[in-house]
Design a protein around this ligand. Sequence first.
Ligand SMILES: Nc1ncnc2c1ncn2[C@@H]1O[C@H](COP(=O)(O)OP(=O)(O)OP(=O)(O)O)[C@@H](O)[C@H]1O
Ligand SMILES: [Ca+2]
Length: 878
Amino acid sequence: MKTTTGSTSHGSSSSSNGLLTVTIASSTHPHGPAANDDDDDLLVDPDDPFDITQTKNAPPETLKRWRQAAFVLNASRRFRYTLDLKKEEEKEQKKSMIRAHAQVIRAALLFRMAGERELVTGTSVASTITPGGDYEVGLEQLVSMSKNQNISTLQQYGGVKGLSGFLKSDLNKGISGDDDDLSKRKNAFGTNTYPRKKGRSLWRFLWEAWQDLTLIILIIAAVVSLVLGVFEKGWEKGWLDGGSIAFAVLLVIVVTAVSDYRQSLQFQNLNAEKQNIQLEAIRGGRTIKISIFEIVVGDVLPLKIGDQVPADGVLITGHSLAIDESSMTGESKIVHKDHKAPFFMSGCKVADGVGSMLVTSVGINTEWGLLMATISEDTGEETPLQVRLNGVATFVGIVGLTVAIAVLVILLGRYFSGHTTGSDGKVQFVYKVTKIDKVLEGFIAIFTIAVTIVVVAVPEGLPLAVTLTLAYSMRKMMADKALVRRLSACETMGSATTICSDKTGTLTLNQMTVVEAYAGGREKLNPPDDSSKLHPEVLSLINEGIAQNTTGNIFIPKDGGETEISGSPTEKAILSWAVKLGMNFELVRSRSKILHVFPFNSEKKRGGVAVKLADSEVHIHWKGAAEIVLGTCTQYLDSNGQRQSIEEEKAFFRKAIDDMAAQSLRCIAIAYRSYELEKIPSKEEDLDQWSLPDHELVLLAIVGIKDPCRPGVKEAVRLCTEAGVKVRMVTGDNLQTAKAISLECGILVSVEDAVEPNIIEGKTFRELSEKEREQVAKKITVMGRSSPNDKLLLVQALKKGGEVVAVTGDGTNDAPALHEADIGLSMGIQGTEVAKESSDIIILDDNFASVVKCIVKLMLLSLMSSCWCCRRVVKLSK
Ligand SMILES: Nc1ncnc2c1ncn2[C@@H]1O[C@H](COP(=O)(O)OP(=O)(O)OP(=O)(O)O)[C@@H](O)[C@H]1O
Ligand SMILES: [Ca+2]
């Protein structure tokens, strides 16, 4: 039971994501399925509209083709949850309409909401008319400024600083965030919600359920037979025939409508779940996680690569900040944000960089909100099996219809030519003798036979049965912490032959702590947070590097509560290590000013920052994958705080890193260098393009971070292996770390297996030719120090080798791999919005065991729904 895996010959990508389009488009290859596909596989036939191996990424023309071939007039009515192509077009039209008439639509919406007294947003209409209130700036002014991206208005307010004063917010600490403050803001400016389009009612489903050709024929048959019956046998006995048909029809209508209605409720819940994005906001000086719906005007939000801009706003600070506005403007263009172009549009994605924004409009006061309020989002999409079954249904239906018509003609011919006799042995029809009501009765009897043939022959329920099973499994999977974004993933997932899994957070717990540390030369700190032997100079530089070169934050409550550390798990581990060494976060940060940031990314595996000290001295701090940073160091600080040449000690540090990695620790090196202020560009746009110097660094420290294996992972890996699904680990971590972890969780069975190409570095794999990659890919069990692009290459190579590939990913750069894979799985907790949107299934708890549960369930399911049988039918029908 294996599906063909080559992309269809029409396999061009229709991604709207500007940044990724290039990679994805170039990654789709015009190959058919692998030549050595085994017997069960059906080769793609370009002339057969039902021959779709993948509905994932299939262009609309292909989808339109099968619909036309199956005579589908109303796809969603007949097959349920198929992608409504008409609606997709409508969506695009609405988008451009909203851009043109945003104000009018908003007014209409407010009017409707007021009329319905269903103020989901909590905004009172009055507050939109009286600007100001508690604040020095009114709602209408803010909305018009954001919508028109009017810089001069912003300047009138005194820039973002002045505006934040008007909005009673603080650019560093955010709003106070107490209940009183929040409700005032909600009253004045609305909430970040929008009225949802109401789902269809049960009545609507009942009304639609009878509009079906088969049922209409049956209803007519019921009425005719009722009339005839009563006419002939009287009320007592005559209603039986017609009545029983009518009852059957009624039953079908009610059952269909109720089940459709329940499914639609389920989809609504699913959508609500998908839209409820959790994100970081700064309130009262602390970084907290809140729901996107809780954002208010005045909020200060940190932004980083992969985030979705959750509301309209203005730039506070940004470093190389670039926004992908294609989802709103329709043009796939990356827009750089700086103080000349400071406006953020809700619904766009952060394509690069880091920064922060001040929220100026929320909910239906943004174009995104309007869009969400006016269109209904459907998850409808057909699966390959469904398409093929529709092909079968249509084929059988046509045969049935032809037979029925033939039967009708022959029987009528025989009847009217006097070739038929009744139960009394008399000829049934004699010209000009037989009475008209008898003729009618005879005709009806023949007609009923023909109708029966049609009704019996059209296997309408076949595609429907598959959909309902898939929808059912979707609900079941929700309980297993898997949110299905695309229905067809359920079908493909059951036939997966390999999983390429991330390590960090998926196989491990993502609870990181520094357990080993080298600082001040060859000195190993024991315990790792013992700063007593460190030279003050070394300690102060380490503190500066950690406090400034981070995306995390530390909050110490005034009332002496526990210190709160926020940020990614790696950042948290390093920050809390520094706190234990005695770092005062706020104090250290206030001593220098950040000039420029190179945000950490998985491609480069390091991040840096340039800071200016009080005496105009500039320090450039780097932090990242240990051996990579070590490679750029020429000196180190010894235990006396003196710089020493690193040449003779490199071997020592390398060994230290290897030893830590062998204990499955993630190794990170911290280094810095001084720089001349004059060499740094002074203009904002030049500074944005400036690349931080990353040579001649001075090594400060190396730390080893422990991240334990998730309990239950070993079991899950074993389960996969038994089910014939090969588990591969693709990680950004050091190869030795990856090897140690994979031995721990059973992905590598023995140390003897740990040889190339079973374990391989991303770089080595990348440099192979395409052919070689295809051969090597099958053997790869662990890939270390891989960049997201290596993941994409691996997926392509595996797919070409005939595997059905499931891939997990969390980072923004993982999007192309998730998109390319047969099944893309993103992580609910650590995953970025971009990764989630490119995935088919979101694993809500980030746990590998949930991935496996999901696969095993779907395998059983696809077995049960007798895919095999269905495929045989398909084959026979050909
Ligand atoms: N915040 C950070 N600052 C500096 N270096 C980091 C940071 N996070 C990770 N690293 C370094 O980058 C390396 C890999 O990062 P990458 O993002 O590619 O992997 P990951 O996604 O965290 O792990 P996996 O691919 O296993 O899920 C790590 O081994 C670590 O040395
Ligand atoms: Ca990763």
